[in-house]
Design a protein around this ligand. Sequence first.
Ligand SMILES: [Zn+2]
Length: 103
Amino acid sequence: MTTQTKNFIELSDIIALRIDCKKCKTISVFPFEEFRDIPQSCPNCEQEFIGFNDNVTKHTIRDFMKAIRAVSSLTEKGQFSFSMEIANVNSDVSSGRASGSKV
Ligand SMILES: [Zn+2]
């Protein structure tokens, strides 16, 4: 017999957003409910995250956050739940994708 474990998260499971600076590896964590915009630059090394006039990136992230909040609201009122499958973090340690415990 073969068994398979699948992991799902509900949108209500999202409590914070994490932004990693690729240059200095600084990690910034924002409470999901309070998140407004991606910072212009890294708070540590000041590496620019998005260009000053990069409204596409800014609006794309805003739209993404808006969509998460909208779907979350729909599922609170509706007769269905919504969840997303995530990779099994325990089986993917060798590729470095098990970032849940990396901090
Ligand atoms: Zn940095």
